[in-house]
Design a protein around this ligand. Structure first.
Ligand code: GDP
Ligand code: MN
Length: 390
């Protein structure tokens, strides 16, 4: 789960990680008062669950309360489209208005879990303020990766070593090392999957301050962080993704495809997408109904797929173990009737009650083709697809 920058910075403050003084608001009426409190100069930052705001006007420096007012009116209530969002962007419902600082150097620091190393990894670079992907492409030698043994944690020695690699001035090394240790503590204690500071700045006075803050909490650990769970902001998600989360389904939108894939299980989803692609068609999304979805869940799953306007054809690939094929078939039939969807559906089912499921589907009045396996289903797809555009 993603949280907003201002919320991440509140968490930083709890761990003694310095952030610029700032105030958050959802109303343009507060803006002038806040900027006056900050002595007439401020940075106004759109609070959205996406990076890359600076490049598209979502982070603006202002030199007066009046100027701030104009910028705030431009931002609040609009959608911000950055390279990390989809075409429609994400709504700006809040602004963080913060003191400006004199930046001597922008650094990059993050911690994430490296699955291959099975441990947290610190990633840091002297080249902060720009996308880390860009640094990785153009100056990979300027990125440091440091594995943190989960049993030992981040030791002061490693924190100091990292500070030196980042060319932090000698007199600030104690401060930066403490910051890295505190950041690691925050990461572990809150079950984060990512914390990122880009940029972490060195000011003209050699202070080390987190100018930006990104924190992702591992969804599966949220149950033990009730205070963080409350920060869930459904408005920042794609509406279809939000519906899927509410229905306990895993929905992933994919760019440029036309096949809506309904499957059960992540591995089967991967195999389904590979086979679809191999046959010459492209997935528009995949929706994993899991093992335990009831008929209502299946209906919602089908509706989410049909509400994705890119979908021209639906592929259902079911390997029913705990799931029951007849329940899935009933859910599909009911949802298709309710939505009056005329999208062609190609279905392959095996496992529990597969014969009953297929019979129900074949007897329905829907535009359904059944296939004996995934490879046949993919072939059928690629035969039907060219006729749909015509
Ligand atoms: P992002 O583009 O969404 O990652 O937003 P950031 O919070 O990282 O801001 C983008 C850039 O704006 C930073 O890299 C800084 O260069 C600049 N910026 C943000 N806050 C300040 C500030 O207080 N003073 C100055 N001079 N620049 C700032
Ligand atoms: Mn940033």
């Amino acid at each position: 789960m993603n949280i907003h920058e201002y919320q991440a910075k509140e968490l930083f403050e709890q761990y003694n990680i310095n952030t610029p003084l700032g105030f958050v608001t959802n109303s343009t009426e507060d803006v002038e008062g806040i900027i006056n409190k900050l002595n007439g100069k401020a940075v106004i930052k759109a609070q959205v669950h996406a990076g890359g705001r600076g490049k598209v006007g979502g982070v603006k420096l202002v030199n007066s309360a009046e100027e701030g007012n104009i910028i705030a009116k431009e931002l609040l209530g609009k959608n911000l489209v950055t390279h990390q969002t989809n075409k429609s962007g994400v709504p700006i419902e809040k602004l963080l208005i913060a003191q400006t600082l004199d930046i001597k150097k922008e650094l990059y620091v993050s911690i994430l879990i490296d699955g291959d190393l099975a441990s947290p990894v610190f990633i840091a670079s002297t080249e902060g303020g720009i996308d880390i992907e860009e640094v990785a492409d153009t100056q990979p030698e300027k990125i440091f990766r440091i594995k943190c043994d989960p049993l030992i944690g981040l030791t002061p020695y490693i924190a100091r070593d990292l500070s030196r690699k980042l060319n932090i001035p000698e007199k600030s090394i104690k401060e930066s090392s403490n910051l890295f240790i505190n950041l690691y503590k925050l990461f572990i204690e809150n079950d984060c999957s990512l914390v990122e500071i880009n940029p972490l700045i060195i000011t003209d006075n050699d202070e080390i301050i987190a100018l930006d803050a990104k924190v992702n909490i591992e969804d599966d650990a949220l149950f033990r962080h009730k205070n963080l769970e409350k920060l869930y902001d459904p408005n920042q998600l794609d509406p279809l993704e939000e519906r899927a989360i509410s229905a306990n389904l895993a929905y992933v939108k994919l760019d440029g495809g036309e096949v809506g894939c309904m499957v059960n299980g992540a591995g089967l989803a991967m195999a389904t997408m590979d086979t679809t692609k191999n046959a010459g068609a492209n997935p528009a999304n995949f929706l994993d109904i899991g093992g335990s979805a009831d008929q209502a869940g299946i209906e919602e799953a089908f509706k989410i797929i049909t509400d994705d306007s890119d979908v021209k054809i639906i592929l259902v690939n079911l390997f029913a173990g705990i799931a029951r094929s007849d329940i899935v078939a009933k859910g599909i039939i009911k949802a298709a009737e309710e939505t009056k969807s005329s999208l062609p559906i190609v279905v392959t089912m095996r496992g529990t009650n597969a014969d009953e499921g297929l019979e129900l589907l074949e007897k329905s009045n829907l535009n359904i083709t059944t296939a004996s396996d995934l490879f046949e289903a993919a072939k059928i797809l690629t035969k039907i697809l060219p006729n749909l555009g015509a």
